[in-house]
Write a protein that binds this ligand. Structure first.
Ligand SMILES: Cc1cc2nc3c(=O)[nH]c(=O)nc-3n(C[C@H](O)[C@H](O)[C@H](O)COP(=O)(O)OP(=O)(O)OC[C@H]3O[C@@H](n4cnc5c(N)ncnc54)[C@H](O)[C@@H]3O)c2cc1C
Length: 333
């Protein structure tokens, strides 16, 4: 049973808007979970010049922030961040650790769990507390066809990664206050085994994907990152946004804030272009409210082609390039 001093930790992933939002969503859910557990909601923040984020997390419900600041933590380093989290967790012994299921969180959290010798439920779509005070972690299983509820009765901390968009963040409260625990950087943190040579950002979304009237969605059939980039130009010319399937996001042809599907993002464009997408149920569940669908696929029997209002049997990249050429001509004229 949980003691009065137990803590629920949310890893503060502040590196871009999307990752920051899932952190805020988790702080909100942690606040709900903390009531029956009589627990304190905490975030951990690693980085450099993080005042803005510490303030943001407190304004959105964090009661305590464990802060480790150092120039060497400015960029994510798996070795250093994982070791830091492990040490903090061993020292302060949180009951629960929640991490956003971003590409970062999906790498970071399992490593921390392994180091701490505890379990981790990945990609949760629900979190509750049962009568025994255990965290009930709801996650898709068997290809997403079933939802399973998982508890961690013996090991601590109980750990989960949670998909962005599942929970609603608490509105910003400028008057909120919280405790900041400044933890000095341990001198013996391991050196980075990975060197980051640079960052490449795609242009930010000009509107929310969920609100866009035109969405150009691409799948694995686009055939590679360079070809996928053409979809951004097509979307720009159409005044729309780019969406993507899960394999595309996993292959890092597009950021995860483009992901469309059952548990990630539902879109309602008036016109949806679907390039090189097979039409798996996990994807089409996110586009059922689309108005008019134009699909391009080499395979006329792909489920996406059956769902489309206009189905073009062709190479996706060639059609994309032809549309770009035509639109440029018309927009110039
Ligand atoms: C628990 C769970 C949750 C999931 N959630 C999501 C989700 O939210 N969103 C999501 O998208 N997926 C999700 N998936 C994955 C999903 O099941 C599919 O694997 C995925 O949607 C397939 O993506 P795709 O259509 O890009 O790739 P594929 O299924 O590989 O399809 C590629 C398509 O491109 C066509 N093609 C190939 N070359 C060309 C070409 N040159 N020109 C034109 N067409 C071409 C092929 O004929 C094929 O139809 C989830 C899976 C699981 C297990």
């Amino acid at each position: 049973m949980v003691t009065a001093k137990s803590e629920i930790w949310v890893f503060g992933d502040y590196r871009n808007y999307f990752q920051n939002r899932v952190t805020l969503q988790l702080i909100s859910r942690a606040t709900d979970l903390a009531r029956p557990l009589n627990a304190t909601v905490c975030t951990t923040v690693f980085g450099c010049n993080t005042d803005e984020w510490v303030g943001e997390y407190i304004a959105h419900g964090a009661q305590k922030v464990y802060l480790v600041e150092d120039e060497s933590l400015k960029n994510y380093s798996s070795d250093r961040y994982v070791t830091l989290m492990e040490r903090l967790a061993r020292q302060y012994r949180p009951e629960i650790i929640l991490v956003g299921a971003t590409s970062f969180g999906r790498e970071f959290a399992p490593r921390v769990a392994k180091r701490l010798g505890t379990g981790l439920t990945a990609d949760c779509v629900g979190l509750d507390v049962d009568d025994d005070g255990l965290l009930v972690q709801t996650a898709p299983a068997f290809g997403g066809n079933l939802l399973t509820k998982i508890v961690t009765p013996h090991k601590r901390p109980q750990m989960a990664t949670v998909r962005p968009g599942v929970f609603r963040e608490i509105p910003h409260n400028y008057e909120a206050t919280g405790e900041i625990v400044r933890v000095p950087l341990p001198k013996d943190l391991p050196a980075d085994r990975i060197r980051i040579t640079g960052y490449e950002h795609r242009p930010p979304l000009t509107q929310k994907l969920e609100d866009a009237a035109v969405v150009v969605c691409g799948g694995r059939g686009m055939g590679g990152k360079a070809k996928f980039k053409n979809l951004f130009e097509l979307a720009r010319l159409l005044g729309g946004e780019v969406g993507a399937t899960r394999p595309v996001v996993y292959a890092q042809w597009a950021d995860e804030d483009t992901l469309v599907g059952q548990a990630d993002r539902h879109i309602r464009p008036k016109v949806l272009f679907s390039f090189g997408i097979s039409g798996a149920i996990q994807h089409t569940a996110g586009i059922i409210d689309a108005g008019f669908i134009i699909a391009v696929n080499k395979n006329p029997n792909a489920p996406m082609m059956k769902m489309a209002d206009v189905a073009i049997v062709a190479d996706a990249n060639q059609v994309c390039l032809a549309l770009i050429k035509e639109l440029r001509k018309r927009l110039r004229g």
